[in-house]
Write a protein that binds this ligand. Sequence first.
Ligand code: PMT
Length: 226
Amino acid sequence: MSKTKIKFLISAGPTRERIDPVRFISNRSSGKMGYALAEAAIAADCEVVLVAGPVALQPPTGLENLVEVESAAEMAREIRGEAPSADIIVMAAAVADYRPVSVSSEKLKKNGEDLILRLEPTEDILAALGADREGDSPMLVGFAAETDNILENAKGKLLRKNLDWIIANDVSKPDSGFQSDSNAAVMMSKTGAKLRFPLMDKKKLACEIVDALIRQYSGFKSETTL
Ligand code: PMT
């Protein structure tokens, strides 16, 4: 059977890295940006797999494949499993960069002393996908959550992680980035193209990003299958 729909693999939300049975390290991602992207891709008649960390959102209408995960390691495993069949991978999740070296099986007791937590880096999921790229690998799109030198830092991630596009996101303002209903972004390609999206509702921004990626995809496909 010939494949007709473009398949998006999208990640959303935070990850949680356990300390003990009742505590974890996480971040402020609500999942709204990633869920809005999934909704926009479904509306554009694409197939969508959404891999989501713990969020308090209703699954997008029409989504058939929602994979719920907790930790960075679980997200890495699910993304790796789905990646080979995807056409476009968009990592909107705020994956924890560090996790506790050891997880206590019992609730840690308070004893009045300082508690020192030793952390180790998690796998960088996107960087690993970028490093493993072969001829016809999926189009790779990252988000860069930045508070300073936004475009410069985002460009660094685009190049270091071997991506096709990066979406630079200023997360220092209350009306954009984490948790807000609105967002502003600059999409940059490895070939130097730039698309600027002013502050708008996250759902509208998601439609603009998905439209841009679908437009770019046919050119990308012909380049990578040469
Ligand atoms: O969820 P919301 O509340 O709507 O907020 C949206 C958002 C701010 C979370 C989103 O727009 C966003 O910017 N997501 C990326 C957050 C992030 O982790 O950025 P980063 O600059 O630290 O990471 C760069 C890229 O590498 C990201 O695509 C990230 O998913 C990926 N990454 C990071 C760490 C890691 N261990 N593995 C990864 O794959």
